[in-house]
Design a protein around this ligand. Structure first.
Ligand SMILES: [Zn+2]
Length: 163
């Protein structure tokens, strides 16, 4: 039997990332080009959490920062289920807000800001930050939300060093 050496005592922070995808419509009312049209994206959300690795024999999260399935479940519950297959519209985009509200039962999310990747990442960070709480005292916290509008374009909302 080969026994691995114990992990180094050097303190490192562990980060884990879970990716989720969802579909949503939007438009950027003042955009100079294509994004002023009503259209949609296959968005991807990457949620990065930091924390210590849980070391509790018999605990279902032993060896993990957080179970990836829990990272996903919490994001769906607090954000993604609301945005998936919705139209994300800026409150100030009055004609589109009126049009969408005329469609009975339409899944519309009215935002206080224009639905750019940057704003959506910032909203996602502020919504998800309070809901990732550690259960095992391992200093779990949300570090970053990366929101892909396309495979080539994304925005990062990153915890500031002071926060
Ligand atoms: Zn777009």
């Amino acid at each position: 039997m080969i026994q691995s050496r114990p992990l180094s005592a050097v303190h490192t922070t562990m980060q884990i990332t879970r990716r989720l995808e969802f579909d949503a419509g939007h438009r950027i009312p003042d955009h100079k080009s294509q994004c002023k049209h009503l259209h949609g994206h296959r968005y991807a959300l990457e949620i990065t959490l930091s924390g210590e690795i849980i070391r509790m024999d018999g605990c279902e999260a032993n060896g993990m920062v957080m179970d990836f399935s829990d990272v996903k479940r919490i994001a769906q519950q607090h954000l993604v289920d609301e945005w998936d297959h919705a139209f994300l519209v800026y409150r100030g985009d009055v004609r589109v807000v009126e049009f969408l509200s005329s469609l009975e039962g339409h899944k519309t999310v009215v935002l206080e800001v224009v639905p750019t990747a940057e704003n959506l990442a910032a909203i996602a960070f502020s919504r998800l930050d309070p809901v990732y709480r550690d259960t095992y005292g391992n200093h779990l916290r949300l570090e970053r939300v990366r929101l892909y509008e396309t495979p080539n374009c994304w925005a990062d909302a990153v915890r500031s060093p002071a926060g």
